[in-house]
Design a protein around this ligand. Structure first.
Ligand code: LMR
Length: 394
């Protein structure tokens, strides 16, 4: 049986992770996988997380199973964080998942269970795993134009022209904030236009919000999603605590459905069942850490402050890189970097150019030129800018 297997396609991000690990040079710079790093290059355990974990060690008296959909206290805490109270609990179904990736996968399974004919529309470019997760759930997906590489913003006309091909009941996958890989986000008026379009056409939004808090703040970053939730009858959400709580390996994610109250209980039951038929019970530790922090005013304040520090650091590095590139190129060619949001920006570049950055300069970017800004350090900005200017500024 196993001799029938063919090797799976390489994952663009994991490939860069491996290449970086295999590189013996001490001055190599990892601008690949989307993890936050501090000024010493470390992905730290947040102090609020340490406090919550210490509390759990002291007080937790069982590791028994929780529930197929995870802990309802986690659902409530995450619903409040993401939705900010714009819809009542009677409209929210939720289930914990194995990280943001598991949340997207389970949401895709739910779409397939509810309507196998639904097509999922995915931005081009997007996080490389999105199409794979749709396919794994047996769903057909279609691309829509999103990025305007000329000005580093959104190709609104191209996007609307492509989405015009969606049929009633199709699902439109949107990035809630800090678009991965471009860093180009919708404005408030874009969200209003999108909501009106989805409403008119009977389309269902599915918002992946993996980077809440890395753009302008936890509430500002969820404003577009909340607008959709308040205005439309149905919305799907995949949330993650990997980045904003620094809980990457704990796999703390959640998927939620906002729907009419009459649809809520069956949706909730189906989400629990879908968990049962994949992971059985979702992981609990990271989810419990998040719940502990969000329900304790002092820990929550501490967490918000640390998140604000991380956001400020990434924004500072963005600005520093934009300035260094302006100096290196004598132009505003990379000026868009300063205006974009979150960990990522897309610098462009052919496969050969990305390979040259890696081989000659020790700079590791994902194919297409996705750069993790949080992988920079104050003392690598100038060297990275020089390499980029030499290789990409033609
Ligand atoms: C990324 O985009 O680099 C992260 O979301 C990590 C991942 O799972 O791909």
């Amino acid at each position: 049986m196993f001799n029938n297997l063919t090797p799976p396609p390489p994952d663009a991000i994991l490939k860069v992770m491996q290449q970086f690990r295999d590189d013996p040079r001490s001055d190599k710079v990892d601008l690949g996988v989307g993890v936050y790093r501090d000024a010493t290059g470390v992905t730290p355990v947040m102090r609020a997380v340490k406090a919550a974990e210490a509390h759990l060690v002291a007080t937790q008296d069982s590791k028994g199973y929780v529930a197929m959909a995870g802990d309802t206290a986690f659902h409530s805490a995450m619903a409040a964080l993401v939705l900010g109270g714009v819809v009542g609990a009677e409209r929210i179904a939720a289930a914990a998942a194995t990280g943001g990736t598991g949340a997207v996968r389970q949401a895709m399974e739910l779409i397939h269970t509810a309507n196998p004919q639904a097509r999922v529309w995915i931005s081009q470019p997007t996080w490389p795993n999105h199409p794979a997760l749709a396919e794994a759930a047996g769903l057909e997906w279609r691309p829509y134009r999103y990025y305007d590489a000329e000005n580093g913003g959104i190709d609104r006309a191209g996007m609307m022209a492509d989405l015009d091909g969606a049929r009633e009941g199709d699902v439109i996958l949107l990035h809630g904030c800090c678009h991965n890989p471009t860093g180009a986000d919708f404005t408030e008026s874009d969200w209003a236009d999108i909501a009106a379009f989805l409403e008119r056409r009977g389309l269902i939004p599915f918002v992946d919000i993996a980077y809440q808090g890395f753009g302008d703040g936890v509430d500002a970053d969820a404003a577009g999603l909340r607008h959709l939730a308040a205005r439309l009858p149905r919305l799907m959400i995949a949330g993650s605590a990997a980045k904003n709580f620094g809980l990457y390996r704990e796999r703390a994610g959640i998927y939620m459905v906002v729907c009419p109250p009459a649809e809520r209980d069956t949706t909730q039951a189906m989400m629990a069942w879908l968990n049962r038929s994949s992971t059985g019970f979702p992981p609990d530790h990271g989810a419990r850490v998040v719940t502990t922090i969000l329900n304790d005013p002092m820990m929550k304040d501490q967490w918000l402050q640390e998140l604000a520090e991380m956001r400020a650091r990434v924004n500072g590095l963005r600005a520093a890189l934009a300035t260094a590139l302006r100096k290196e190129t004598g132009s505003d060619r990379f000026g868009f970097l300063g205006a974009q949001k979150g960990m990522f920006s897309l610098l462009g570049g052919t496969d050969a150019q990305i390979a040259r950055l890696r081989e000659e300069f020790g700079l590791y970017l994902v194919g297409g030129g996705r750069m993790n800004i949080a992988g920079l350090k104050e003392d690598t900005v100038d060297r990275v800018a020089a390499g980029i200017a030499r290789v990409l500024n033609d």
